[in-house]
Design a protein around this ligand. Structure first.
Ligand SMILES: Cc1cc2nc3c(=O)[nH]c(=O)nc-3n(C[C@H](O)[C@H](O)[C@H](O)COP(=O)(O)O)c2cc1C
Length: 201
């Protein structure tokens, strides 16, 4: 099963009760491969994904996530993190192979000049902003394979970092629970286009 982008967008909704059946690992890896195709400024790709299917770890994570039931209930949970310090230390890993050595050097300098005056926390936030693009792709990739998701910011980042042994500079833009829906969820409730769109023509 594979939905079109339009179908995935229109049928995605936050789901908090899941069918109790595991998702094949290859399927999750394919979903993450699609998410990783998201664009990012300078192609920095600061997103990193921690996939949790272990029951004990899920329960611990649920406690750190305001005890939200979908964390323990979903067959898999993805802690989406972003690591800007890894980005800045490894420019060679994401500079496009088509770039000349001089262009790669210029990219490194640009990133150094841009981010060295910025505090670790603030540049971490910048990376988290890039990571939300991948999260959008992730949610649609999940849905396109007939699965459902719940995105969460309702968690204690300090506790989640501790649970997963993450260094302090690593940001956690969201936790995403995924699986097959065992409830219908809420129909979309969105602003009308008149409120959110301005045309200048
Ligand atoms: C970044 C982000 C954080 C969210 N955090 C939570 C959360 O902690 N708990 C929860 O139940 N829903 C959470 N949601 C789900 C939103 O409430 C939901 O997306 C919104 O109400 C629209 O509903 P829909 O996803 O069904 O279209 C979050 C969504 C996003 C995008």
């Amino acid at each position: 099963m594979s939905l079109t982008v339009k179908e995935a967008i229109e049928t995605r909704r936050s789901i908090r009760e899941y069918v109790q059946e595991p998702i094949p690992k290859e399927k999750i890896m394919e979903i993450l491969r699609l998410a990783s195709l998201a664009p990012s400024a300078w192609n920095t790709q600061p997103w990193r994904f921690i996939v949790i299917t272990d029951e004990t770890k899920k329960r611990e994570l649920q406690k750190a996530a305001n005890n939200q039931k979908q964390v323990g209930n979903a067959p898999a949970v993805i802690v989406v993190t972003s690591d800007m310090e890894d980005v800045l230390g490894n420019v060679g890993q994401f500079a496009h192979p088509n770039m000349s050595p001089e262009a790669k050097e210029r990219l490194k300098e640009t990133l150094e000049n841009t981010f060295s005056p910025v505090h670790v926390e603030a540049r971490g936030q910048w990376a988290a902003g890039q990571t939300y693009i991948a999260i959008g792709f992730l949610l649609l990739a999940i849905r396109s394979f007939g699965y459902d998701s719940s995105t969460m910011l309702g968690f204690n980042p300090v506790q989640v970092r501790e649970l997963l042994n993450l260094p302090e500079h690593v940001q956690i833009p969201a936790i995403v629970a995924l699986g097959k829906r065992a409830e219908t969820g809420n129909p979309h409730h969105r602003h009308p286009l008149e409120k959110i769109v301005t045309w200048i023509e």
